[in-house]
Design a protein around this ligand. Structure first.
Ligand code: MN
Length: 244
């Protein structure tokens, strides 16, 4: 199983979640929300648990000074996220700071030869895609919890984006319809835990099995085939990005 977008450090007991994930053989990308959280979160790494260096758009304004720490830490990881833009009304005041930070991060990634990026694009699909298009050398974008229109999805696919989809997204009709249009060789699963939810509780990395079930149904595969498709996808992503 794969959880390609999980906030491991934000669970009440991150060590336990990491340990359980390892026992279950999960391949996990542990994302961070601010650069200052990276070192502590990286301490949770295991064989199959990687840590991404992030700068969440919702924190861009209050943490703007951490961009220098981001630049300093970037050489230490091949994974960047959670980064991106959030166009919801409650974050309008920070929009300019968000754009400045996100553009800076994309350029830093390009300067360092590219990274695998897990991207937040809530209510900001077009602006995120515009920036990806402007800095193609930033690396391989993985749009997490995509919630744009069918047209925006088409554009994202044409730009070479990958997608990580989770149980929360696939619980609704709209999310399922979008997932059905994604190229199946560019799809990964995610929990977005502890923010992602299943049955009114925080999602854990192993809850991605629910997403695998939906994808198997969507793709007309049995569970094992769908699992294999997802594992092959991640192998390929790691290879193209030169990460191990
Ligand atoms: Mn997230």
């Amino acid at each position: 199983m794969i959880d390609f977008h999980c906030h491991l450090d934000l669970y009440p007991d991150p060590w336990r979640v990491a340990e359980r994930s390892e026992q279950l053989g999960l391949r996990l990308l542990s994302v961070t929300t601010v650069p200052s959280a990276w070192s502590g979160t990286a301490a949770l790494e295991r064989d199959r648990i990687h840590t991404a260096l992030g700068f969440h758009p919702q924190l861009a304004l209050e943490r703007v000074k951490e961009i220098s720490l981001f630049a300093e830490l970037l050489p230490r990881t091949r994974f960047v996220g959670e980064v991106g833009l959030d166009g919801a009304p409650e974050f309008r005041a920070s929009w300019h700071a968000q754009v400045e930070i996100f553009e800076r991060i994309l350029r830093l990634c390009a300067d360092r030869g590219g990274r695998i990026l897990t991207l937040h694009s809530r209510r900001a699909t077009e602006p995120v895609l515009d920036r990806i298009e402007a800095v193609p050398d930033a690396g391989t974008p993985v749009l997490h919890w995509f919630s744009g229109s069918a047209g925006e999805l088409r554009r994202a696919i044409d730009l070479g984006c990958w997608f990580s989809v989770g149980p929360s997204m696939l619980a609704g009709k709209r999310g399922r319809a979008l997932a059905a249009r994604m190229p199946r060789d560019r799809v990964l699963t995610e929990s977005d835990g502890p923010f992602g939810r299943v049955e009114s509780r925080s999602a854990f990395p192993w809850d991605v099995d629910r997403a695998v079930r939906v994808l198997a149904e969507t793709w007309g595969m049995d569970l094992r085939e769908a699992e294999q498709q997802l594992e092959n996808n991640l192998d390929r992503l790691m290879e193209t990005a030169g990460a191990s």
